[in-house]
Design a protein around this ligand. Structure first.
Ligand code: FA5
Length: 366
C-alpha cells in the first residue's frame, strides 16, 4: 500500500517535471504502458481472492486514475506551449514577391476589345455602353421588332421573371444593338460610336456559347451611304488583322433594324489546321467566314432614337468579337474561352504590358 502511494507520488512528480512530450511519453510507458508498473499491479488483482481484491483494488485504481489525469493535463500544457513557441518563431513575410506563383495574363477577348477601341478611336469613334440586363423595348421594340415580330424568336432570349415598373419584360441583352438606341437618345446626331460588350443567348457548340461578345458600330450623319459602311469595315479589318489582302463579302441579308441589310464575311484559307484570314473566299483552298451583320439604319430605328429620318442617315454593324479573336489568334473552340483553365490562359493570354497601339502594331505580342 505505502509502496503504491509512494510510487504514485514519485510518478506524479516526474510527470510535473517532464519538460518535453518525449519525456512525458516515457513516463506514461513507465506507469500506464503495457509493461508499466500500474498495469502490472492491476493484473495482480486477477489472482487475488475476493477479500484481498476488495482491499487492494481501490489504491491501485486511484493510482491509475490520478496518473492518467496528470498525464493528460501535462500533455495539453506541453502541446499548448509548443504551439506558442512555434507561432513566436515562425513568421510570414507578406511583402515578399510571389516567386513561384504563375503570372496573370490578359484574356484574348479583353485584348481584342482594346485593339478594337484603338483602331476605331483612330477613325473618330467614341466608346458607348449600355446595361447587360436590358428591357424588351431597347433590345427589340425600338429596333423595329415589336412583340409579334418573328425575329424575336431567333434570338433564344434569357428572360427574367420580373417586369420593369412600367410593365416591360426584363432580359439579358441578346446583342449590342440596344446601345444604338441608348446612344442616339443620350447623344443625338451626328454620332460615331462603337459599343463592345457581353451578350447572351441560349445557344452552345464549338462556335456558339451562351455568353459571347459583340462590338456594335454606328455612324449617323448627313449623306451616309453603304459605301461608307464597306470602307469602314474594310479599313478596320485590314488594321485588325494587319494584312492588306483582306477581302470582304457583303452578302444580302435581313435584320429588322437595318434596310438594306448585309452580312459580312471574310475570306480565309486553312493552313496546317489553322484558319488564316486573307484572300478571296472563292479562290481555291479558301472559304468565307461570317463575322457579323450590318446595314443602313432603318428609318424607324432612327425615329425610336429621337432623330428625324428625313434629315439623318446612318449605318450600323455588329461583329462577334470572340469569332474575330479566334481567327486572329488561332483558337478553334470557342467554349475554351470561358472555361477559366489557367493553361489555356497561359498559352493564349497577353502580358499586361502588351498594350495595343497603332504605332507598335495592334497585334504585337511581347
Ligand atoms: C446580330 O446580333 C445583329 N445585332 C448584328 C447587327 C448589328 C446587324 C447592327 C445589323 C446592324 P447576329 O445574330 O447575326 O446579328 O450576330 C452577329 C455576330 O455575332 C455573328 O455574326 C457571330 O459572329 C456572333 N455570334 C452570334 N451568335 C453567337 C454565339 N452564340 N456565340 C458566339 N458568337 C456569336
Amino acid at each position: 500500500m505505502t509502496d503504491i502511494t509512494s510510487r504514485t507520488e514519485a510518478a506524479l512528480a516526474a510527470i510535473a517535471a517532464a519538460s518535453s512530450l518525449d519525456a512525458l511519453e516515457a513516463e506514461r510507458l513507465e506507469t500506464l504502458g503495457k509493461k508499466g508498473w500500474v498495469s502490472l499491479e492491476l493484473k495482480t488483482l486477477g489472482g487475488m481472492s475476493p477479500e484481498e481484491r476488495t482491499a487492494a483494488a481501490p489504491a491501485i485504481q486511484s493510482a491509475r486514475a490520478r496518473i492518467a489525469e496528470a498525464l493528460e493535463a501535462k500533455k495539453a500544457a506541453l502541446e499548448a506551449a509548443a504551439l506558442e513557441e512555434q507561432l513566436a518563431r515562425e513568421t510570414v513575410d507578406l511583402t515578399l514577391p510571389a516567386v513561384a506563383a504563375p503570372k496573370g495574363s490578359v484574356h484574348p477577348v479583353s485584348q481584342v476589345m482594346d485593339e478594337l477601341a484603338e483602331i476605331f478611336a483612330d477613325l473618330g469613334f467614341a466608346v458607348a455602353t449600355g446595361p447587360e440586363i436590358e428591357d424588351d423595348w431597347h433590345n427589340f421594340t425600338a429596333l423595329n421588332m415589336d412583340e409579334t415580330h418573328p425575329a424575336r424568336a431567333m434570338h433564344d432570349t434569357f428572360y427574367f421573371p420580373d417586369k420593369t415598373t412600367d410593365g416591360k419584360d426584363i432580359l439579358l441583352r441578346t446583342h449590342t444593338s440596344p446601345v444604338q438606341v441608348r446612344a442616339m437618345i443620350q447623344q443625338g446626331a451626328p454620332i460615331r460610336v462603337i459599343a463592345p460588350g457581353r451578350v447572351y443567348r441560349s445557344d452552345s457548340d464549338a462556335t456558339h456559347t451562351p455568353m459571347f461578345h459583340q462590338v456594335e458600330g454606328m455612324v449617323i450623319d448627313k449623306g451616309i451611304h453603304l459605301g461608307h459602311l464597306k470602307w469602314t469595315l474594310e479599313t478596320f479589318f485590314k488594321a485588325f488583322f494587319e494584312r492588306e489582302d483582306i477581302v470582304l463579302r457583303l452578302r444580302p441579308s435581313y435584320f429588322p433594324f437595318t434596310e438594306p441589310s448585309v452580312e459580312v464575311d471574310v475570306g480565309y484559307s486553312n493552313e496546317g489546321g489553322r484558319r488564316v484570314v486573307g484572300g478571296h473566299g472563292d479562290a481555291p483552298g479558301h472559304a468565307w467566314m461570317e463575322l457579323g451583320g450590318s446595314g443602313m439604319m432603318n428609318p424607324r430605328v432612327l425615329a425610336a432614337g429621337g432623330l428625324d429620318p428625313a434629315e439623318w442617315q446612318g449605318f450600323a454593324f455588329g461583329l462577334g468579337i470572340d469569332r474575330i479573336a479566334m481567327l486572329k489568334y488561332g483558337m478553334n473552340d470557342l467554349r475554351a474561352f470561358f472555361d477559366g483553365d489557367p493553361r489555356w490562359l497561359q498559352h493564349y493570354g497577353f502580358s499586361p504590358f502588351d498594350q495595343p497601339t497603332l504605332s507598335a502594331g495592334v497585334g504585337a505580342r511581347a
